[in-house]
Design a protein around this ligand. Structure first.
Ligand code: URA
Length: 434
């Protein structure tokens, strides 16, 4: 088989054979297909797409390019959740213990933050002692006994994606639904869970900027998952403002603790309850989402989900005295309130601006090698729909940097104020079931 013929076929918009896709992935991982041919192939896919069958085959080949985790030793249905990434997204820290408190098994592999989006692993590591590098044996044991574990990607998981994603990043070929869908789903499928809930975000602070594009991506991923025999569903969620109030590692952990104690911001609580209800049905713990939601509300209000969070932190070596007394966490040396210069109703809080400002304040990484200041970040004092008076605090900045005038300007400009009150739109805009 000749790689140039496969590229040429796709460049002319033709459908590829299963064995042609398999050849590309196998030989590219082996190193016999050079980067210039792989990048040409990705460009042809960007221009001419792939149908559902080709995308599923590509995903399957990528998934089998390395280790595939076998979770069958853990009894029960194992559920995973994946977010396409956003600003202030601390969902796994609350959703994990919430669904585990209702009997769902969550065996999750997570990532680090890069650019304007945060990562669950960094948030976990801001809790003193917390380990993200459990051995497979420890991981299995923890999921079996307490119902959940969150760790970094282990072993040789989807090497095809590691190579391809790095290549796409520098060849202008990230932006393609079949390539994004296969990249995300190959990693999720290789992680071994029986069912997957995808949180596909849209808006300025998300990978997909519009709801239409988010829907296309969600549908492509749900199709892949179901065609490869995993129960896969997706929710489309709004990222036109940061999720909840806190952006930044320790600040988000504190918000997660408050939420598990029943004091969470409305949009964040709603997202956790909606996503959790779907996961309980996927795991066959409940028959309907309504029944599931009642259980989750009860577990949140009774402290059962909070108790599960304590068990999870302790099991992974974290010092639970920080969870029980969040005032023990370090605090940035500079805490500055950003004030409104005019009055109005808040229509949007441009999430990408807040995410980038938080990154510059020290909360995130511009490159993979950067280190993080766990205390840094931004806490919103206003959300979309709120009335703002001139001179009121819009947000509070936390940083150990000495000069941050630019970040103050970015935060101020992120708040889009207008005269009329905006229409209320729920955070979860749709559920994609097939
Ligand atoms: N996230 C991924 O894991 N892969 C992509 O291609 C895009 C976003």
């Amino acid at each position: 088989m000749q790689m140039q013929e496969i590229i040429s076929k796709k460049r002319h918009g033709e459908k590829l054979l299963d064995e042609e896709i398999a050849f590309f992935i196998k030989e590219y991982v082996k190193g016999t297909i050079p980067d210039y041919q792989a990048s040409s192939f990705c460009m042809a896919v960007c221009c001419n797409g792939m149908d559902a069958h080709e995308t599923a085959v590509l995903t399957d080949c990528m998934m089998h390019s390395g280790d595939v985790v076998d979770l069958s030793k853990i009894p029960g249905v194992k559920v995973d959740k994946h977010s396409t990434g956003g600003v202030g997204d601390k969902t796994s820290l609350v959703l994990g213990p919430l669904v585990a408190s209702a009997g769902v098994k969550l065996a999750k592999m997570s990532g680090r933050g890069l650019g304007f989006t945060g990562g669950t692993l960094d948030k976990m590591e801001s809790i003193p002692g917390m380990r993200i590098d459990l051995t497979q044996e420890e991981f299995f044991k923890q999921v079996s006994t307490i119902g959940m574990a969150i760790i970094g990607q282990t072993g040789n998981l989807v090497p095809a994606d590691k190579k391809l994603y790095a290549l796409r990043d520098v060849t202008g070929t990230v932006d393609s639904i079949p390539l994004i869908a296969s990249s995300i789903m190959s990693k999720k499928l290789a992680s071994g869970s029986d069912s997957i809930l995808l949180d596909v975000k849209f808006g300025s602070g998300a990978f997909m900027k519009t709801m239409e594009d988010a829907r296309l991506l969600a549908k492509a991923m749900v199709k892949i998952g179901n065609s490869l025999k995993r129960n896969t569903k997706a929710i489309l969620t709004d990222m036109s403002q940061p999720l909840g109030l806190a952006v930044g590692n320790i600040l988000e952990v504190k918000e997660a603790i408050a939420t598990l104690k029943g004091n969470g911001p409305k949009d964040f609580v709603e997202l956790c309850l909606s996503a959790g209800s779907i996961m309980l049905v996927q795991a066959n713990v409940c028959r309907t989402k309504e029944e599931a939601r009642k259980i989750l509300e009860k577990n949140l209000n009774s402290g059962l989900a909070y108790k599960k969070f304590l068990e999870f932190v302790e099991a992974q070596g974290g010092d639970i005295s920080y969870i029980e007394h969040p005032e023990k966490f370090d605090v940035s040396k500079n805490i500055v309130e950003v004030k409104a210069e005019k009055e109005g109703y808040c229509h949007e809080i441009t999430a990408i601006q807040i995410g980038l400002a938080a990154m510059h304040l020290g909360a995130g990484r511009a490159t993979k090698e950067d280190s993080i200041d766990y205390t840094a970040g931004i806490v919103l004092n206003k959300k979309v729909g709120d009335k703002v008076l001139k001179g009121e605090t819009l947000a509070t900045i936390y940083t150990n940097k000495n000069i941050f005038d630019e970040e103050i300007r970015m935060v101020k400009e992120a708040f889009i104020l207008q005269k009329e009150q905006p229409e209320f739109l729920p955070i979860v805009r749709d559920i994609i079931e097939e």
